[in-house]
Design a protein around this ligand. Structure first.
Ligand code: PMP
Length: 410
């Protein structure tokens, strides 16, 4: 069992008032807060060992390089990659997914197909759509069913085209649906495709094991797992990574540069042009240590409880419709309410201290499937309490009454 009061002391940002009300932060699917130990580890690195990695023969540079490479090992162990050379540091999931799409551009052309799903965040949808457009390939989309789960029959239908790539999220940032990645991996591989998994929302929801998932690529962002922004990573199975052509060129990624030609470094540096955000990697390593110490399965179980609590309470409110009822929902719940625009609702509850997200949440195809342009989203993390869920739902109820009363008097 998690000791939530003790955990909350690790996150001083939570202990404050906004507009005179206690902050209830329920937007962790967008960004999680950063614990003191991560902030301290970054501060310590700046105080004791800051330099530019890989480039110089002095002590500060080697301390920074060690920090980056230790972090790479940590990430590999955290996702159970076979070795650290399978880990490419990126700015986040978006850059990781673009690295794959861009890296495969020469292998995709007219007559080929790429499959994504209707559940995808734009960052695992638009790069593929764009790639197909530029390369004259067909972009196909597997639909979701009424519950908000990927329709595996529809996936099987599009796989008949034997696509080069299947791009799928491990966990939706709209419905929270956890997708059956292993099953999808088998389907994709049977069809001869590479499987690219968007793991941005999955990293806090249990143990991620990229080998067990049998994925070819797995992308994630540090800021959704307590590490702060600007850092993320791409895991790639070795043969899959070898297939990626670099999209960015410059320092770090080259072996030899002459007037005639350039040869590239070995993996993973070949895909990391320029000075990396090694300090972000330090934060990511510290965040992974922290999450592991708390217990990844314990975190997931508690967050599942909070989400279930939120779903049950929201469902009892008048005129509230919850988007989807996936087989397994983790991390978030999105909803719309009669007589209230999601933006107005979230703006009103913000004034009551409650942080929710509103809009299409960068997943317009999924919103379209539910017949809405946008929704409000509540996404707790392990530092939230059941009392906060109750407080937030009471504020939502109050805000809905205010908005509806406002409409009636207009
Ligand atoms: N995929 C999913 C499912 C997400 O929720 C997000 C972030 N909202 C991303 C990808 C993109 O992550 P980032 O903006 O950190 O690159």
């Amino acid at each position: 069992m998690l000791d939530v009061p003790a955990i909350r002391r690790d996150f001083p940002i939570l202990d404050q008032t906004v507009y005179g009300k206690p902050l209830v932060y329920l937007d962790s699917a967008a960004t999680t807060q950063v614990p003191e130990c991560v902030i301290a580890r970054v501060a310590e690195q700046y105080r004791t060992g800051n330099g530019n990695v890989h480039r110089a023969a002095h002590r500060m540079a080697s301390l920074a390089t060690d920090a980056l490479e230790e972090a790479r090992k940590r990430v590999a162990a955290f996702v159970n990659a076979p070795d650290e050379d399978c880990i490419v540091f990126t700015r986040g999931a978006t850059e990781a997914l673009n690295t794959v799409a861009g890296g495969l551009r020469e292998s995709i052309g007219p007559g080929n197909a790429v499959v994504a799903t209707q559940l995808e965040h734009h960052s695992n949808f638009v790069p593929w759509q764009q790639l197909c457009r530029e390369r004259g390939a067909d972009f196909l989309c597997a639909r979701i069913d009424g519950a908000g789960d990927i329709d595996l029959n529809d996936l099987a239908r599009v796989l008949e085209r034997r696509p080069k790539v299947v791009a799928v999220t491990a966990c939706s940032n709209v419905t929270g649906a956890a997708t059956p990645i292993k099953r999808i991996a088998r389907m994709a591989h049977d069809a001869g495709a590479l499987l690219v998994v968007d793991g941005a929302q999955a990293m806090r929801h249990g143990v991620v094991d990229v080998q067990d998932m049998e994925c070819d690529f797995f992308a994630f962002s540090g800021h959704k797992m307590c590490a702060g922004t600007g850092i993320g990573a791409l895991y790639g199975a070795r043969e899959a990574l070898e297939r990626l052509a670099p999209c960015e060129f410059g320092g770090e990624m080259v072996d030899k540069v002459t007037l005639a030609e350039t040869t590239y470094s070995a993996l993973p540096l070949r895909l990391e042009a320029g000075t990396p955000n090694y300090m972000g990697a330090v934060a990511l390593r510290a965040a992974m240590d922290y999450l592991e110490q708390l217990g990844r399965t314990e975190i997931a179980a508690y967050e599942d409880e909070l989400v279930r609590h939120a779903v049950d309470s929201l469902a009892r409110l008048d005129g509230v419709r919850i988007l989807g009822s996936p087989k397994r929902r983790c991390g978030c719940v999105s909803f719309v309410a009669e007589g209230a625009h999601p933006f107005d609702l979230c703006a009103l509850v913000d004034k009551m201290g409650v942080a929710l997200r509103s809009g299409h949440n960068c997943a317009q195809p999924a919103m379209e499937a539910f017949g809405v342009a946008g929704a409000a989203r509540l996404s707790p993390a392990f530092y939230n309490t059941h009392e906060e869920i109750d407080a937030a739902v009471a504020c939502i109820d109050r805000a809905l009454r205010m908005l509806r009363a406002g409409r009636e008097t207009r």
